[in-house]
Design a binder for this molecule. Structure first.
Ligand SMILES: *[C@@H]1O[C@H](CO)[C@@H](O)[C@H](O)[C@H]1NC(C)=O
Ligand SMILES: *[C@@H]1O[C@H](CO)[C@@H](O)[C@H](O)[C@H]1NC(C)=O
Ligand SMILES: CC(=O)N[C@H]1CO[C@H](CO)[C@@H](O)[C@@H]1O
Length: 392
């Protein structure tokens, strides 16, 4: 993992470019994509390593710290044939969504590129800030990037638009798909890895969800109309946590999947609380479409019947690692000189013990885009309000 980010507060590229891009290029672009799905012309995304398409790698390259493990081969070997900063062998869920909608892959904010949308997600990002953890005696190799920081970059990017807003710019957010998260996974794992109990981790849930809720409300106030909010994956099935919390007590494991039962219960608890909060936000903003993306149930299928989904490798082992019962070792992770990837990543669910393979992300994406793992379904909720007043 890379060290603390020294880049905050630095403008990653000139906003003049983006201004031109947002106001001139996107409306042009919208003409061609209208044919693709009839709604979304761009994607904006916030979150952590599940959605980062290269921000963290760009940041570490700027600050000349040694590349993080996910910036080294064999990361990216399946689709891009090189490491791109994505924590997988290939594409992520956000990439599959973009391709499905006929849009280019969403470039990371710190690349300074200008395609249809911008991705603010950063590996290691949290909902709560570093001070929160430090105050509680939880020390970790934090990234010091929160969801709030990412929202700040987004607002800075939009700020040239707020003066003298041309009508096309108003439509930009209305016609965008906004992915808010997943976020919270790192908050929870910091707490767990510092030796705290699941009960203590549970106390964090309302705080994490409050941060997500504030971000959603702020985005809607800025003009966002369609938001996708993912829940947590089944964390008890993660090779890293299965390794760390290995137990000799049979009852600690779900007999159907072999995953750690209490961690999966925890993920479900977070997801339930998140959905309750989304219901409250839907009441406050009836004009907005808030789509819950059920990562948990889209993924738990594989762990229950891996073969059915083509996962012929060991369902709970990482494809890339240096060995150990789940092929995960925190002291020598995928990307380190000793690590080796399996011959066929598409036969594994977990890529590096923490993140999933492209094949697993593809199944999850299919489950979201074609149903039934979003509430409401993405397709039918594809709306495009004309001239809805921006702001309030
Ligand atoms: C995190 O970054 C902020 C600047 O964005 C800085 O003020 C703060 O001290 C940093 N926190 C830690 C623990 O380094
Ligand atoms: C991880 O690697 C270290 C050093 O090679 C070794 O001592 C340890 O037992 C390994 N852990 C697992 C879970 O395999
Ligand atoms: C308007 C704008 O910023 N255009 C730039 C988009 O990115 C390409 C390179 O990827 C530049 O050549 C353009 O100047």
């Amino acid at each position: 993992m890379a060290s603390r980010s020294p880049f905050l507060g630095r403008k990653p590229f000139t906003y003049t470019y983006l201004y031109l891009y947002l106001c001139i290029l996107i409306p042009t672009f919208s003409v061609s994509t209208k044919q693709a799905l009839g709604c979304y012309t761009s994607i904006f995304s916030f979150g952590d390593s599940l959605a980062d398409t290269g921000n963290c790698l760009h940041i570490s390259q700027r600050s000349s710290v040694k590349p993080p493990n996910f910036g080294l081969p064999p990361y990216g070997e399946t689709y891009f044939r090189r490491p791109t900063g994505r924590c997988s062998d290939g594409r992520l869920i956000i990439d599959f969504i973009a391709q499905y909608l006929g849009l280019p892959l969403v470039p990371p904010y710190f690349s300074g590129q200008n395609k249809s949308g911008v991705n603010f997600a950063v590996v290691g990002a949290t909902a709560l800030d570093d001070e929160f953890f430090e105050e509680r005696g939880i020390h970790n190799n934090f990234k010091n990037v929160t969801l709030g920081d990412q929202l700040g970059w987004f607002k800075e990017m939009l700020s040239p638009l707020s003066h003298n807003t041309p009508p096309n710019c108003k439509k930009l957010l209305q016609n965008s798909l906004i992915l808010v998260g997943g976020i919270g996974h790192n908050d929870y794992s910091y707490v767990l890895k510092s030796g705290r109990s699941i009960e203590e981790m549970q106390l964090l849930v309302p705080l994490v969800i409050n941060v997500i809720a504030l971000a959603i409300k702020e985005l809607i106030e800025l003009g966002a109309v369609t938001l996708i909010v993912p829940g947590n994956l089944p964390s008890g099935c993660s090779p890293s946590l299965l390794t760390r919390f290995a137990s000799s007590i049979k009852a600690d494991y779900d007999p159907e999947t072999g995953c750690l039962a209490r961690l999966n219960e925890f993920s479900k608890y977070h997801n339930q609380m998140l959905q309750k909060e989304l219901d409250r936000i839907r009441e406050l903003y009836p004009h907005a479409t808030i789509i819950y993306a059920d990562y948990y149930n889209a993924a738990i299928r594989f762990y229950k019947s891996p073969i059915k989904f083509g996962f012929r490798g060991r369902a709970l082992s990482a494809c890339c690692g240096v060995g150990g019962p789940y092929n995960f070792n925190s002291s020598a992770q995928c990307g380190s000189s000793l690590s080796r990837a399996c011959d066929d990543p598409s036969s594994y669910i977990s890529w590096d013990g923490i993140h999933l393979t492209e094949a697993a992300y593809k199944w999850i994406s299919k489950g979201l885009l074609e149903g039934p793992y979003t509430i409401p379904p993405i397709k039918t909720s594809c709306i495009s309000l004309t001239d809805f007043p921006m702001g309030r």
